[in-house]
Every structure is written in structure tokens, then in C-alpha cells.
Write a protein of this length. Sequence first.
Length: 644
Amino acid sequence: MALHPTLDAVTRRIIARSQPYRHAYLTRLESARHQGVQRKALSCTNLAHGFAAFPASDKLMLKQQKAPSVAIVSAYNDMLSAHQPFERFPSIIKDAVRAAGGVAQFAGGTPAMCDGITQGQPGMELSLFSRDAIAMATAVALSHNMFDAALFLGVCDKIVPGLLIGALHFGHLPAVFVPAGPMTSGMSNPEKARIRQLYAQGKIGRDALLEAESQSYHDAGTCTFYGTANSNQLLMDVMGLHLPGAAFITPNTPLRDALTRAAAARAVAISTLSATYLPVGRIVDEKSIVNAIVALLSTGGSTNHTMHLVAIAKAAGIVIDWNDFNDLSAVTPLLARIYPNGDADVNHFHAAGGSAFVIRELLDAGLLHEDVTTILGQGLRAHCTEPFLDSDKLVWKAAPAVSGDVNVLRPAAAPFSPEGGLRLLSGNLGRAVVKISAVKPPHRLVEAPAIVFDSQDAFMHAFAAGELQRDFIAVVRFQGPRANGMPELHSLTPALGSLQDAGFHVALVTDGRMSGASGKVPAAIHVTPEVLVGGPLGRVRTGDLIRLDAEAGVLEARVDAAEWQARAVDSIDLSGNAVGMGRELFAMFRHAVSTAEEGASTFALSPLIPAEYDNNTLGAHAGEPFNDEDAPLNGRSASAAGKD
């Protein structure tokens, strides 16, 4: 199938835009790789420290410097249900790596926090920045230069992006991502949403709410709604960093353990010592980033990835922006309805065909690049399969020809919508994104007076006092990354949803986040530039007429232009957000962070090339699986495409 022309055009402009940064990145990748095992670069003293506590047999293998050493980098903790299963994984991995002829070492752990626990709490102001802290922790784990490949254990919101960003800064190492899987299904999502709205309306008490939530979040594994955590897992499937179909197999099952063993063996097979060496910095390229965007859009995934994918791409020397998301969304069919964009959870999605079905449908429609390289060393078509156990042997079978439930998953020829669930908004209030996959068409245009709030608490107080029984657009400001770390405004969703159900025309405009909480109420989020750095949202006054038109991509204050320009941008004392619950430790992040559209990241793209390397060094190692200059783009080379 020929590439869709929009996919082709967007990929070409990303390649052209990224050229100096990607070239420098690949050159740095080469400079970091040693011939033979990585630990040959270490002195005897260094190396002795690196295996001093290991069993004699493993120590001998590491001494001989012939077998690969595989790093385990894990975000395990047992408070997060999604990460609790990782407690068992290191021993499984070590045995599997030994069986494959290598040695696995637990290189380090990373932090892992749960937005579901910190929502509405001061700790939530650490959440977004934890992604870059996780990337830094990953770098510390890999900095010993002992390793020839790495396995990354993580699932949730900021954790997988942080692990991948860290891995890409060690892009010469092969990387295999190892998921833990979702918990089994609990209370239905419509019932959970209904009870939350009843609580927001004061019609039930906290005991009833807690009982419902406990029935929803009830066991080990990822939360089953399609927020950032499960979006992460789908993206790792589509980017070829998982074994095919690994994302949504439930924890503590024989199939899950078999996939973990196979992932460990695969890391050995693609290590720096292998003839099939596959460094992660080569696997993650412009095409795989475009594939990730399309997969996100086609399934109505988390809006957090309008920042995370930008930051991931940046770590690989690739530059993307919200125009790329918007243009791809216009031609990407919506294939899935998973809560909050439908009633089903990810277990229903997986049972209906899951990632393998989505990848196959998008490939056949010309909406994914097939000619990428994955951890299998093959193109993406090899990932149109799902895993099974056949007499204890792990096997893969082709994705089902038809969806198991067309209310959850549909083919590209008969989608839920002809376009994806994301729109770029722009106007005199700045640039923002809106997720409309769960917003019914009658609610996608709201023009109403603004009510300005400078915190989500202020909004909730007004709601509780009965002051919001009318048409309005809530403008919640000073929620950007520099202001307070950009916490998710999850608690606003049930309140706004109940007002919309009561017949009022309501919407949200904010420089903060909503993420997996983005649902049936139109929400213009990530407004850039944020108010703290002079963003125009700071000019809005209560009573101003605001137009949010998700169909036309418009976000503007209907205020006389001269008056608008004459207004000062409001300021606020944010000192109360600067300390307490560890926030003072993250001050450096708030001072250094980029805009939301630039990934809300604290590290920069670099076109710098190590002085000892020149252009002739790029791709000089024999036996590499591919070279970017030779990678075809629908019949033409990537380098030629970048010059169009």
C-alpha cells in the first residue's frame, strides 16, 4: 500500500526540519559505541567494582569480556498497582539472559509516581517533572558503561516516556521495553463515571465513592481506562520496542512470564556483540515517531503525548510540533472507542483485536510506515501478530481478520470517525490542543462568557456554592509548567460533566493539563505560551466572550482588538506552590522548562558533534542493520526527501 500523501508530506518535513540535530545525534551514537563489549573501556579496577557481588559463574563471564551484559532498569514499587508485578521480573530476566548466553545486572531503579494518587494534591506538581527525573535516573543507571543492551521495566504516565528519553541518550545500546500488563476488569466505566458525578453533585458520600473506586482499581496491573499509561503501552507496541502484542497481557499469568523471558532473550540477540545489533537510537527515527503519532490519534489516546512524544523525539534529535499532530489527525481514522472515549476498557480492546489489529489496519490504509526497523530486526508488518502459549511454547498468530467487537474496535474502512481525536486550536489566546474523540458534535462549539479562576480549588469552591449553573467557559490559569509544574486538573471533569448534562453550554480553557481525564466536555488545554511568561490567557477577564470552536480550530476572546492589546497580563503570587511536599527540590525544573509544545522538557536539542568525529564516521561500523541515508521513504531516500 502506498503511503497516504499527508503521512508522506509530514514525514518529509520532519526529516528536513530535524536534519542537523538528527545527524549530530547519530554521530554521537557512534562515538559512544565500542567494538566488542562495552566494558572493555573500563580499567581493571572499574570492572572489578562492576561485578564484585555477582555469583562466580556470572563473574567469570563478565571477566572474560565475551558475553553480553544486559542492564535491567526498573521503575518497580509496590504502591503502584501497575508496577507491583515488576517485583518478580528481575529473577525471571536473569535466568532467561543466562540461558541465552549473557549476564543480566540490575543497573538501577527510577522513581515512579501515580497521578491517580496525587490528583488534586500538592505532590501532583512534581508529576510532569518526574518524567525528566526518570530520564536522569535512567542515565545514572546506564552511566557505568558496563552494558551491551538494556531492558526497561515501566508502564505508567511519565515513566515510560522518561525511560525512553533516558534510553535514547544512550542510543548506542539496544533497548527492549518490558510491560507488566493491565489489571483485570472491575466496575464498568459508565458506572464509575456516574458515581463520580453523583459525588461531585453531593448526592452520595465519600464512603460510597471509595467503595466504587475500590471496585474499579482492585488488583495488580495498569488501570484499565485508556489514559496515558495504556497509551504508552500501545505506542511501545507500534514503535516496535515491545515484543509484538506484549502490551495488554495481564500480570502474573504464564503468558506474561513467557513474554518477559522472550524479551530478555531478545535483548541478548540484538546486543552490541550480536550480528543483528539494533541500537535504540536507530530504531527510533522520524518514521517511527510519525507512526507513534498516528497510532495515538487512531485510538483517541492521551493528550499528554502532545508533550511526551515531542520530548521523546527531541531525545533522538528529531523535531516535531503540534502542526504535525493536527495534520496527521485530519487524515487518521478513529478506530477505537476506549474509556474515556467510549465505555470499554483496554481488556475489551485487546480481546477485540488490540494493537495487532490497529497496526494491520493502519498499514493497509497507508497510514503507517512499514519500512521501519523494530527490535525484531524486521519491518512493522511483523508486529501485526498477537502472542499465545501453545503447550508452554510462546507463539505468535496473525491479528484477527475482523474485529471481535465493532463497538470497541473497527477497521480503517469503517471507522468511528474519518479523523483522529485531536485538534490544534489557535487564536488570540495562543495555541492549544483539544481532544474531541469523546466530545459529541453538538458540544464542540461553545461561545460563552468567561469565568476566570487561578486554581482548580477556586473552581471547585464556586461549583460547590452553586455559582456555576449557567453557560460559561472556565478559564483556569497559572497551571503551566513554569507556574506550578502543570498538574492535571482531573477533579474538574465530573463537575463540568454534570453541568453539561444539566443542559448548560460549558467548556474549559487552561494552560494546564487534563490528559486521560479529557472526556465529554470540550477542553482547550496546554495553552501556549502559559500565563506566567506573558501568555495572552492572562488578559482574559470574567465576562469576556470566549469562542472555542473545535471543528474550525479556533480559540479566541471576542474582545475589541485595541482593548485587548491595551490590557496587562495578570500576575499572581505563586510562592505557596514553591515549597512543601518536595516542590522546592523541583525549582530548577520550573525555571528551565520549555513550553508545552516544545515538550515541557528541561533538556535541549543539540546540533553539536564530538570533535573527534566527522561526517565520515556516521554509520561506519560494519554489520549494522541499516543506515538512515539509505532508508526508503515510499521509494525515495530519506536524505533526498529531506531536501524536497
